[in-house]
Design a protein around this ligand. Sequence first.
Ligand code: ZN
Length: 206
Amino acid sequence: MSNDVLQHLLDNNQRWSEAKTKVDAGFFQRIAKQQNPDYLWIGCADSRVPANEVIGLDPGGVFVHRNVGNIVEHTDMNCLSVIQYAVEVLKVEHIIVCGHYGCGAVQTALDEGQHGLIDNWLRKIQEVYRTHQVEVDAKPAGTQRLDYMCELNIAAQVANVCRTTILQQAWQRGQKLSVHGWVYSLKDGLLQNIGLSICKPDELPD
Ligand code: ZN
């Protein structure tokens, strides 16, 4: 198959590269040598929440891991490898777990029906629901309940990050490292801290 069907993307890329070089001639040479981001972003794969763009950072500014539902699962080698590299090699100072309101993964996890393979992945979110079922069910069904569950999921994944041996050992070594729970609103493009920033292990609420 020829590249023609995607030529518009390659054209965009060419223009983007030229525009970058125009304002900063050494930009690519500089970041090609080494990446030195201060942040690790763990976010949802949703196409509407692009990490770099929503926090206004250029390439090189943030190390990124995204998956369906911004889940941090202790058997997920992919996610754990990203966290280990970010903490031990890049020595990022902040890990941002960013979910978003109206998250389709959270919605699907709450649905009764079967969705195939993805149900195995979403089980982690269902566990969050079961843990908080009484308070979640007390919210009016619809957007309010879903958005509340989105926040609970973010909080649970912040806790999962904090409980990894990677973070525990980093904190034991005295490494400066904090984990933040953020939520993004698709409606206005704004981010908010959900009131969860953990700088040391004993700050993690039950
Ligand atoms: Zn999502």
